[in-house]
Write a protein that binds this ligand. Structure first.
Ligand code: G
Ligand code: G
Ligand code: MN
Ligand code: NA
Length: 249
């Protein structure tokens, strides 16, 4: 309860921040996009991880206003970074809200961001409950011109039917597979086949949780399009990301 009160205040008191993690295009050796990841700078607790407050925000419905704030902040911020795209995570709770498509449309209008520079990341849990409602919303978002990414691919049920039935532009291979590649032969084989799957379906493939040069090299050889992880950069503040981009060029 105390945390719930604090979280309501956090929105009003401007205690939330968006951090950004680069996604590197392996072929072009360029920063292609950034993923927006919310943080809470709590006056007493310090920097609170979203893993510790997103569930509460979802239970209380606060995620709808927090999510809209993250979306608008990230869309505005990425205007500073020439032609980079920005990826924003959507909660299943936001997806249950019929207003989502209109909210995204309005944020694009208010910020003036070109729709194709916005990528919305969803997990398959969004699709499980009511697939036809989810499809309608996804099609609505696609009609705005934004891109849709399947996040954490390989966890959950990972029904291949989802890739068939929903208009995904990108598959993000879950970091657990990348982390296990060194120790488990099977993980390398799985990563390889998901990259192949993405290629055959004309979807961009991104590997998350890349922490070593060996992992990055394996992914390059296998034709993965983008890599993201601590090996390149952890999620950082907007000014830090500007520095990262300058150094990269
Ligand atoms: O950034 P970090 O590694 O701590 O993220 C932890 C979890 O919180 C991840 O699953 C991530 O997708 C989620 N998360 C981070 N930012 C947001 C956000 O703005 N909205 C939603 N719904 N989830 C987020
Ligand atoms: O669930 P989602 O994929 O949106 O969340 C991304 C999460 O992964 C965030 O919590 C982010 O901080 C974390 N992350 C980003 N890069 C790495 C990495 O290289 N290794 C690990 N272990 N976590 C990472
Ligand atoms: Mn994500
Ligand atoms: Na993920």
């Amino acid at each position: 309860k105390a945390l719930e009160y604090d979280l309501r205040q956090a929105v009003l008191k401007d205690e939330l921040e968006v951090h950004y993690q680069p996604l590197i295009d392996i072929g072009k050796r360029q920063v292609a996009a950034v993923e927006a990841l919310v943080r809470w700078r709590h006056p007493a607790r310090g920097l609170v991880s979203p893993a510790d407050f997103i569930p509460l925000a979802e239970e209380t419905g606060l995620i709808v206003s927090i999510g809209e704030w993250v979306l608008e902040t990230a869309c505005r911020q990425v205007l500073d970074w020439q032609n980079l795209r920005v990826a924003v995570n959507l909660s299943p709770v936001q997806f249950r809200n019929r207003e989502l498509v209109e909210t995204v449309r309005q944020v694009l209008v208010r910020t003036g961001l070109a729709p194709e520079r916005l990528e919305l990341e969803i997990t398959e849990s969004v699709l499980i409950n009511d697939a036809s409602a989810a499809l309608e919303i996804l099609n609505g978002l696609k009609n705005l011109g934004v891109k849709i990414a399947m996040d954490d691919f390989g966890t959950g049920y990972s029904s291949l039917g989802y890739l068939n039935s929903f208009p995904f532009d990108k598959i993000k291979i879950d970091k657990s597979f990348i982390g296990d590649m060194d120790s488990k032969d099977k993980s390398g084989a799985i990563v390889k086949s998901v990259i192949g799957l993405g290629q055959s379906l004309n979807m961009v493939t991104t590997a998350e949780g890349v922490e070593t040069p060996e992992q990055a090299e394996f992914l390059r050889q296998e034709g993965c399009d983008q890599v993201q992880g601590y090996y390149f950069s952890k999620p950082v503040t907007a000014p830090e990301l500007s520095t990262f981009i300058e150094r990269w060029d």
